[in-house]
Design a protein. Structure first.
Length: 135
């Protein structure tokens, strides 16, 4: 396989792990703010955190067996569990994000004998849990 710029990641989609070279990884999280009613007659507005939402996208280079895992997840008509573990130079534990994802975009192209390059994206469902890297 040709050298690919990127970093090693373990992606678990719908319970199946795919080890891939991730060339780009974007996790965007948002949270609205809701007005909170005050009972003390204060004219000052108070805001509290609202519902969380977000999106996840990544570009990948994988083999045929790993592409089959992504194809199976894409075929689902419901949010799938995901976990992204970024390997930190092979030492310590990984930086990990996990949650649920409704897949919205999936593209792939063959770049060699059994090697695929592509991208996958979706909207997160609920909160995303982050476990930071520990050396």
């Amino acid at each position: 396989m040709a050298t690919v710029q990127g970093f090693l990641a373990s992606i678990t989609i719908d319970g199946s792990e795919v080890t891939t070279v991730v060339e780009n990884f974007t996790l965007s999280e948002t949270r609205g703010a809701n007005d909170k009613q005050t009972m003390n007659g204060s004219p000052d507005g108070v805001k509290i955190p609202g519902s969380r939402s977000g999106s996840l996208s990544f570009d990948f280079t994988i083999d045929q067996a790993e592409l089959n895992v992504l194809e199976a997840a894409w075929a689902k008509d419901e949010p799938v569990a995901f976990q992204i573990a970024i390997v930190e130079a092979g030492v310590g534990t990984n930086t990990v994000w996990d949650g649920f994802l409704s897949l919205t975009d999936f593209s792939k192209e063959t770049v060699g004998d059994g090697i695929w390059r592509g991208s996958m994206a979706g909207d997160t469902s609920g909160a995303i849990t982050h476990t930071p890297f520990v050396a």
